[in-house]
Design a protein around this ligand. Structure first.
Ligand SMILES: Cc1ncc(C[n+]2csc(CCOP(=O)(O)OP(=O)(O)O)c2C)c(N)n1
Ligand code: SF4
Length: 278
């Protein structure tokens, strides 16, 4: 495809005549992820017909509606099940799943674990805003201990999931964590997640000022982005800091990169063996 950039990219990849204006609040990180996803797909030179975006329900789930690829907007927590079916039926399709932290790790937590265990060849983008954005700010499995939400007015008492550790332990081939403040790195993580075989997960820290920030002493969306900038620390630098001094810092980078064949590769290889009478 010709070398197009900026707004030309938007015209090329968005369903601009059908689905706009978009629903995202001012300062929402999810729109930045949308831009990163488009740049990554364009950067890899993938044909639109060969890409399928599968989304669950939530503000994050709306991304699928805006882009001009094959798209499926599924039920809450079930995006990975639809994606698994699509990938098994069409192994050459690039299947990219977009989920929120609630969608992927609460109602869809079981599917996330088993997609990683099976190492199905899809790429999961987990837009982690630490809250249920769309439904009014209830706490999610990643709401940090002590922080406030609609359902934890005195502060969250439970410990939260670490998405990277969860997906690593469950067996995913590619596990990375990026943020919407560091978009160039995010673009390369998404590209690597798409091209690496097997199950790829990119956790993306994406602020929600409306439902999380306002309750947790952030003055503005900009304030949240400043906090994100100071918190996110490249993995090597993070590891060099003594544990007692890490404070609020969150490591970012590529945590796992393996090349085990995806489930669909193993399945079609077995099918060929069966048809060959072996
Ligand atoms: C089976 C089912 N349960 C609950 C809901 C209500 N619901 C819609 S979106 C959502 C949470 C969204 O939060 P998250 O996945 O973190 O995404 P965000 O909106 O923050 O991007 C919930 C609970 C639903 N649509 N379907
Ligand atoms: S509620 Fe939060 S996640 Fe949803 S669009 Fe607004 S800022 Fe984004």
């Amino acid at each position: 495809m010709a070398d197009i950039k900026g707004t030309q990219l938007i015209h090329e990849y968005l369903r601009h005549n059908k689905k706009f204006p978009h629903v995202f609040c001012a300062g929402c990180g999810h729109g930045i992820v949308l831009g990163s996803l488009i740049r990554s797909i364009h950067g890899l030179g993938l044909a639109k017909d060969n890409v399928c975006i599968v989304a669950g329900i939530g503000c994050s789930g709306r991304l699928a509606a805006y882009v001009d690829f094959n798209t499926v907007h599924t039920t809450h927590g079930r995006a990975l099940t639809f994606a698994t079916g699509i990938k098994m039926a069409k192994p050459n399709m690039h299947v990219i799943v977009v989920m929120g932290d609630g969608d992927s790790m609460a109602i869809g937590g079981n599917h996330l674990i088993h997609a990683a265990r099976r190492n199905i060849g899809v790429t999961a983008l987990i837009l982690n805003n630490n809250i249920y954005g769309m439904t009014g700010g209830q706490c999610s499995p990643t709401t940090p201990a002590g922080s406030y939400s609609m359902t934890t007015p005195m502060g969250q008492m439970e410990q939260s999931f670490d998405c990277v550790e969860l997906c690593t332990a469950a067996g995913a081939n590619y596990v990375a964590r990026g943020s919407v403040f560091h978009v160039n790195k995010l673009d390369s993580m998404i590209m690597e997640g798409i091209t690496n075989p097997g199950f790829g997960v990119v956790e993306i820290l994406s602020p929600c000022f409306t439902q999380y920030g306002r309750k947790n002493k952030f003055k503005s969306p900009v304030d949240m982005y400043h906090a994100l900038k100071s918190k996110v620390t490249p993995l090597e630098r993070f590891n060099a800091i003594p544990e007692a001094e890490r404070g609020e810092r969150v490591p970012s980078g590529v945590f796992v990169k393996k090349d085990k064949p995806g489930l669909e590769e193993k399945f079609y290889e077995m099918a060929a063996r069966c048809q060959g009478g072996e």
